[in-house]
Design a protein around this ligand. Structure first.
Ligand SMILES: Cc1cc2nc3c(=O)[nH]c(=O)nc-3n(C[C@H](O)[C@H](O)[C@H](O)COP(=O)(O)OP(=O)(O)OC[C@H]3O[C@@H](n4cnc5c(N)ncnc54)[C@H](O)[C@@H]3O)c2cc1C
Length: 264
């Protein structure tokens, strides 16, 4: 028989994990087609569901539900994060689905991944004895034996913020992906740019972004063509041997062009 445990606090979670090596850590279980034999949920653990708004970043526990995060309000959340949260599933699922589950799902990256990546989110993982803080960009999967315990999201409000879904609305299939563009300008030049894609694989190139910082504005058609060629080259390199359809690739490139056109 399958069993799911609920812990009162973080100490109890780690106590259970120490004494029962077969336990899988879960959130709201909306992602899992089949429940593991034995699981323990972070959902409802107050220490792991807290949302704290600091001056420069948002600190969210992995057990916070998507609905709970949306209650912070549109004006207090980075636009791309707010739009991405609202695009996920429906209000009933969002009441159970956790941010931790959205990030930790293995394989195909889910809707929040690209916005969190573009915002330079950092993740805290813990086991009984050790705490590790890693940028989301460097995470391929949850480290063996660790639990995601905290998510730190910089509060960025750039002039141009674009989030778009590729593939079906309000559901995840193998054709799903998310696209994010953040662009900031100052006195006719580009001071910050972030471009992220996540779905069948993850794309973000800091080299590319850095090479664009300082570019004079407005961008001309020739500038955009040149940028587009650079992006295309980097994206194709990153997607070699990845399961990505021509349609998804083309949509990514169209969205990139559209985003840079907002800087003309
Ligand atoms: C009808 C429907 C529509 C959906 N639409 C979307 C959509 O549009 N976009 C989208 O992104 N998703 C969608 N989903 C999938 C899912 O609801 C979300 O991705 C959700 O955020 C997953 O969170 P969860 O808490 O339910 O994860 P769970 O199912 O509980 O867990 C998912 C995975 O994460 C691991 N995990 C969870 N928490 C932790 C932790 N703290 N530490 C380590 N590992 C952990 C689990 O072991 C598991 O492998 C949809 C689901 C349904 C049923």
């Amino acid at each position: 028989m399958k069993s799911i445990l609920f812990a009162k606090n973080i100490q109890e979670l780690f106590f259970q994990l120490k004494n029962n090596k077969e336990l899988t850590v879960v959130g709201g279980c909306t992602e899992l087609n089949e429940l593991p034999e034995k699981s323990i949920s972070v959902y409802g653990i107050p220490d792991l569901s807290r949302i704290t708004r600091h001056e420069r970043f948002l600190e969210i526990g992995p057990g916070a539900t998507l609905a709970q995060i949306l209650t912070i309000g549109q004006t207090h959340l980075p636009t791309v994060l707010h739009d991405a949260l609202l695009s996920i599933a429906n209000p009933i699922i969002r009441n159970m689905a956790t941010i931790g589950g959205n990030i930790c799902t293995e394989g195909h990256r889910h809707t929040l991944f690209a916005p969190l990546l573009a915002l330079d989110t950092k993740l805290e993982f813990r086991n009984q004895t050790e705490t590790r803080i890693e940028p989301l960009q460097s995470i391929k999967k949850v480290p063996e034996g660790f639990v995601l315990t905290d998510i730190r999201i910089p509060l960025l409000y750039p002039e141009v913020s674009i989030f778009r879904r590729i593939g079906p609305e309000h559901a995840i299939t193998q054709h799903s992906a998310s696209f994010v563009f953040l662009g900031d300008t100052e006195r006719n030049s580009l001071v910050d740019v972030k471009l992220a894609f996540a779905g069948p694989f993850v794309f973000r190139s800091k080299n590319l972004e850095n090479s664009l910082i300082g570019h004079r504005l407005p961008l001309t058609k020739k500038d955009i063509d040149e940028i587009q060629t650079m992006v295309e080259k980097e994206f194709d390199l990153a997607s070699t041997d990845q399961m990505i359809s021509d349609v998804v690739r083309q949509q990514f490139l169209n969205l990139t062009r559209y985003s840079f056109e907002q800087l003309t």
